[in-house]
Design a protein around this ligand. Structure first.
Ligand code: HEC
Length: 216
């Protein structure tokens, strides 16, 4: 092949790389302007970013708080028994579970209880969790021991009251509403009831074969 033709072929091969290079650059380079768009479709709009200033509002902030009384979609929460543990439209605590109590709920309740409540109340709910052991060892005199969840006082609480304790906290116990969703709170209440039943049970409450298995 004559030499000039070889050079021309090499140049052509080199040129084919140019479009690939252009595409690569277009995809990776950062540009301050939006891409050229034939049909705009409101894709590129002028907007303010979080924490930016905006002269339009008297307080000069671009970020606006929702209008008072705004409710997020699906968050109306009109079901008082389920969301507040209280009789509909009333302040009395419910005595019946507003959810179906079955083994799935119980298993979930046990799992959640062991994550959120045992640090203070202990695995059996007796109030002697690790936090209590540690606080007692420090002996600073400022610690309020967690309540024994099997005590008469808590046994006699309506389920709605225990739900409310998880939601809003009580005296020295903090609220857990941000960590635990309503359904999981009910699952935990169910498990607390199970702990109360099992820990306060006498031998006579056991089925005959379970009692026999325990021996004398
Ligand atoms: C940070 C430690 C801590 C954790 C975690 C904690 N509690 Fe408590 N809880 C307490 C303390 C302390 C009290 C006693 C408060 C007082 O008397 O001032 C208490 C009291 C209670 C009571 C008795 C309230 C009454 O009716 O008098 C219940 C029921 C209860 N807790 C349930 C729970 C459940 C369920 C969880 C898990 C979701 C939980 N607690 C997690 C510290 C804790």
């Amino acid at each position: 092949m004559p030499r000039p033709l070889i050079y021309i072929a090499l140049v052509l091969v080199a040129l084919t790389l140019v479009p690939i290079g252009c595409i690569y650059r277009a995809r990776h380079a950062v540009k301050p302007h939006p891409r050229i768009q034939v049909v705009y479709d409101m894709d590129n709009q002028h907007y303010f970013q979080a924490q930016h200033e905006n002269d339009f509002f008297p307080d000069g902030r671009a970020m606006r708080t929702p209008v008072a009384g705004t409710v997020a979609r699906g968050d109306l929460r009109t079901d008082d028994p389920f969301y507040r543990g209280r009789v509909q439209g009333d302040t009395t605590f419910v005595t019946e579970f507003p959810v179906q109590v079955d083994s799935t709920l119980m298993a979930r309740g046990r799992e959640r209880f062991e994550i959120y409540c045992t640090p203070c109340h202990g695995l059996s709910g007796n109030g002697n969790g690790m936090v209590n052991i540690r606080a007692a060892a420090l002996a600073e005199g400022t610690w309020t021991p967690p309540t024994d969840l099997r005590s008469k006082n808590v046994v006699e609480r309506p389920v709605g009251h225990i739900y409310n304790t998880i939601t809003n906290g009580i005296r020295n116990m903090p609220s857990y509403k941000d960590q635990i969703k309503p359904r999981d709170r009910w699952a935990i209440v169910a498990y607390v009831r199970a702990l109360q039943l099992s820990r306060n049970a006498s031998r006579d409450d056991l089925p005959a074969e379970a009692s026999a298995a325990l021996g004398q």
